[in-house]
Design a protein around this ligand. Structure first.
Ligand SMILES: [Zn+2]
Length: 387
């Protein structure tokens, strides 16, 4: 058993509501877990010592929404959109064609490179979805590749109806043969509930079939317009309703009503990279927070509508564009993401949690928003080990 003392921490953001921030702090890791946190003067002895020399430390970011298994590139679509062509979600089919044509090795190499890119930017837990295969075998292999990179794998056969298929036929496939092939590789089931993708009844059918097969639900909800996604997420006890850009008062009430349920509540996961990259209005995080909704931030990293892997960028957008304070944004990017994945071992630094931590080249986490676009991640420790 090796213990490591991290000291010289100017500001420790623990994410633990009982003492969320500690100035002039220290942290002891033992066998990959946090063993002790507190003021530097009271730190116990340890076998090894890491002096972070006045920097800030926070839990590794938990990116609870990412689409990393894909091939191809949509630079041209982005360029067109920035010249005024509106985003409809239809471009997903471009990525589907490229993904189907790619070898397993190509897909795995690309996804692993994106995970490495995320880790270097302080993300220590990431969720990965399928959704660019849309055949039984292409969805299955996407998830098999994802399981090599994370425990948080999501079956998103219901991303869009593939070209040449009727929606109802495709929903039968997604809830039948495709689900049976994918469930062994997935923890979660997800559906894109949106005009142009899947309606309320179809979304409900997909999620209910997934739950029956032992998966837990999360939903792409209310991204492009108001719709039934958030209500369905709350009704079915989904861990998260993701996007939440266009919400009615009833949607906010439903999310707020689920918040006190803690581990079984539905988190509102906001994905400002998507609004940035589609030049769309941002979700109103202030309205959600003021209503008592639990909010998470995630990248939505995907080649079409949000090709960023940077949680720090999302924190900066949330502060500048969505009415969140730096503290609320960092909380949403760490503990919020963990709650959206129903994890209690990540997203905070308190005894028993994983020693996944980020050392910033700054004295405070506030710099993540104060110095946008600046690479502030000095070091990342995964289970107490330097990456
Ligand atoms: Zn998404």
């Amino acid at each position: 058993m090796t213990t490591v003392l991290f000291d010289g921490i100017k500001l420790l953001y623990t994410g633990d509501p009982e003492r969320e921030e500690i100035e002039d702090a220290a942290l002891v890791a033992e066998d990959g877990l946090v063993a002790w946190v507190g003021p530097a003067g009271r730190a116990p002895d340890a076998d090894e010592r890491v002096d972070v020399r006045g920097r800030a430390v926070l839990p590794g970011f938990v990116d609870s929404h990412a689409h990393l298994v894909f091939a191809g590139d949509r630079t041209a679509e982005f360029q067109a959109r920035m010249s005024g062509v509106p985003y409809t979600g239809g471009g997903i089919r471009t990525t589907v064609a490229a993904t189907r044509a790619a070898s397993d090795a190509e897909l795995a190499t690309r996804a692993a490179a994106l995970v490495a890119e995320m880790r270097a930017q302080g993300t220590t837990t990431v969720e990965i979805k399928s959704g660019y295969g849309l055949t039984v075998e292409d969805e299955r292999r996407s998830l098999e590749i994802a399981t090599g990179l994370t425990d948080e794998t999501t079956y998103l056969g219901a991303h869009v109806v593939p070209s040449g298929m009727e929606a109802d036929d495709y929903v039968r496939l997604v809830t039948g043969e495709m689900l049976r092939a994918c469930a062994p590789y997935a923890k979660w089931v997800d559906a894109f509930c949106e005009r142009g993708a899947f309606d309320g009844d179809q979304t409900r059918a997909v999620l209910e079939a997934g739950i029956k097969a032992g998966l837990q639900a999360r939903v792409h909800a209310n991204q492009l317009g108001e719709g039934p996604g958030v209500q369905i997420a709350c009704e079915l006890g989904a861990a998260s309703a993701d996007h939440c850009t266009h919400l009615t008062d009833a949607d906010i009430d439903a999310l707020a009503a689920s918040a006190p349920h803690g581990a079984s509540g539905t988190v509102a996961t906001l994905l400002p990279g998507a609004e940035f990259s589609t030049r769309s209005p941002y979700p109103d995080a202030r309205r959600l927070l003021d209503a008592g909704v639990v909010v998470a931030l995630a990248t939505d990293c995907n080649p079409g509508s949000s090709y960023t892997s940077s949680m720090a960028f999302c924190v900066a957008l949330a502060v500048r564009e969505m009415g969140m304070t730096p503290l609320e944004a960092v909380r949403a990017a760490t503990r919020g993401g963990a709650r959206a994945l129903r994890r209690t071992d990540v997203g905070w630094l308190r005894p028993g949690a994983r020693a996944d931590l980020v050392v910033l080249d700054a004295p405070s986490y506030v710099h993540l928003a104060y110095r946008p676009g600046v690479p502030l991640v000095h070091q990342v420790f995964l289970g107490g080990l330097l990456l």
